[in-house]
Design a protein around this ligand. Structure first.
Ligand code: SF4
Length: 126
């Protein structure tokens, strides 16, 4: 990943309402899912290896990632669902601040394999 003026880059594979999550997350409007490219694990049985291991996705700035979250809210999603975000937490937090300033009010689902470092969890705690 590189650095761009105005923020660090994350890589996003896809973004949109998702109806395949648990019912409590999906509701009627869907879960506002952002699939990040790459993953901090490399499971042999991964169903999304093109994304998690081959990095299928596009680089986005903090402003662009914030725009994705706001668009998911505008489309009626019930939450922002971050899939495999562990390696992009600093970028996400930067984008979240921008999105919140512009009116994002949805709760965030942190959807990981559960192997997050204490340093990453500390960042999320702040
Ligand atoms: S944690 Fe999930 S997304 Fe990541 S490699 Fe394993 S199965 Fe794939």
């Amino acid at each position: 990943m590189g650095i761009c003026r105005g923020g660090r880059l994350a890589a996003v594979s896809s973004c949109g309402p998702h109806f395949g999550e648990e019912d409590v997350l999906v509701g009627t409007g869907g879960s506002g899912t952002i699939f990040f490219a790459y993953c901090n694990l490399s499971c042999e049985f991964c169903q999304n290896c093109e994304i998690s291991q081959e990095g299928d996705g596009d680089e986005v700035s903090a402003g662009e990632l914030a725009g994705m979250m706001l668009e998911l809210q505008r489309r009626g999603c019930h939450n922002i669902n971050l899939v495999s975000p562990s390696h992009f937490v600093p970028q996400f937090l930067e984008a979240l601040a921008v999105a919140a300033e512009k009116g994002l009010t949805l709760p965030v689902v942190y959807n990981t394999g559960g192997y997050d470092s204490p340093e990453t969890l500390d960042l999320l705690d702040q």
